[in-house]
Design a protein around this ligand. Structure first.
Ligand code: SF4
Length: 344
């Protein structure tokens, strides 16, 4: 009975510590999953559903068998690692995090606090309080709140617009669930594993299907942003980073990553980017080349895209934060601007 309860819980939150340890206990292998058509079908649904921007993410647990639900998450994760596309990884992480939020809303307030404490080591408590006619259900330590909500750009999430008490941010239940969703998404995007084995045949088929959809989508986007590079269409954040490089100013690690990923995605080659970095302090040809090639996906399985506008704001690289509500990604800015500039 206890195991039934825990497998149902693990199926709802398959990224949790408890789910991972249960899967280890169940000792499920990819070869075993390969023989189960339900797992294969659900894996495919998870990934293709996440990639389909027109359809809403299906939030309910579709398969009544929690074992299938749990295992399909891990097969999907292995495929995301194997395919190595950041586009797919971000879409999949968003879909899984939305599903988590949908389930969290239905939990008790105490459970939400427990998840925050166990999964993210937050200082969070389920404590009911009332201020100005509003009821709050949780308090979250401000530093944890700031880290988790860094990508939120709506005014209501700014710390100045939050009720604070003794260094804790007071949150309603739906807000706590939203903050956990952001933390889940970030965790899934960052948890990249290198796949060293071949997938068994049926899982390989799902891999091929998903890979083809990803390739078509990213090729289309690439066609729109590649071709002749139009520097005038670069977004202000990237123009600012380029100006800093030309002036020989030191760039932070994340700034280097953002500008390199941006330039690679608009079609600049490794040598041309290397030349731009030559003026920066502490330049080392071998190290810089290695890093650029790594971001380009030439040294691993993942080719990276630059961070989203929300993330750029959180690391203070956005130079136009007022516009973040209308912009989502520096590459989207470039794509639109380039199209607009090439109109006769
Ligand atoms: S809104 Fe986005 S594209 Fe514009 S400067 Fe900020 S990060 Fe760059």
């Amino acid at each position: 009975m206890q195991e039934d309860i825990s497998i149902y819980e693990a199926a709802k939150y398959p990224w949790s510590v408890m789910a991972r340890s249960l899967l280890k206990d169940l000792d499920v292998t990819l070869s075993e999953a390969d023989k189960n058509p339900k797992i294969l079908q659900r894996t495919s649904q998870r990934l293709l559903g996440a990639l389909d921007s027109k359809s809403l993410v299906e939030l309910e647990i579709l398969d009544s068998n929690p074992y299938v639900e749990l295992t399909s998450f891990f097969v999907a994760k292995a495929l995301v690692d194997g395919i190595g596309s950041m586009f797919l990884r971000r879409r999949w992480a968003t879909a899984e995090a939305k599903r988590a939020e949908y389930n969290l809303i239905k939990e008790t307030e105490a459970k939400l606090a427990h998840i925050g404490q166990v999964e993210f080591k937050w200082q969070v408590e389920n404590l009911t309080s009332r201020f100005a006619g509003r009821t709050f259900t949780h308090r979250l330590y401000f530093a944890n709140y700031l880290a988790a909500s860094a990508g939120f750009h709506e005014r209501e999430w700014k710390l100045v617009n939050k009720r604070l008490s003794d260094g804790y941010v007071l949150l309603r239940k739906s807000e706590t669930a939203r903050v956990i969703r952001a933390a889940v998404e970030k965790m899934l995007v960052r948890d990249i594993k290198k796949i060293t084995t071949d997938f068994p045949s049926n899982i390989k088929e799902v891999y091929n299907t998903v890979d083809e959809v990803v390739r078509k989508r990213t090729d289309r986007i690439r066609q729109e942003i590649q071709g002749e590079i139009v520097p005038e269409a670069f977004p202000p954040c990237m123009q600012a980073l380029l100006a800093d490089m030309r002036e020989g100013k030191p760039l932070s690690h994340i700034a280097r990553f953002a500008i390199t990923a941006f330039l690679l995605n608009v079609g600049m080659d490794v040598d041309a980017i290397l030349e731009l970095f030559m003026k920066t302090p502490d330049f080392r040809d071998d190290l810089a080349r290695y890093q650029i090639e790594h971001i380009a996906g030439k040294r691993g399985s993942t080719a990276y895209t630059p961070p989203s506008c929300a993330y750029m704001v959180s690391v203070r690289l956005c130079v136009d934060p007022e516009k973040v509500n209308i912009r989502r990604h520096p590459l989207a800015y470039y794509r639109q601007r380039r199209k607009w500039q090439s109109k006769p």
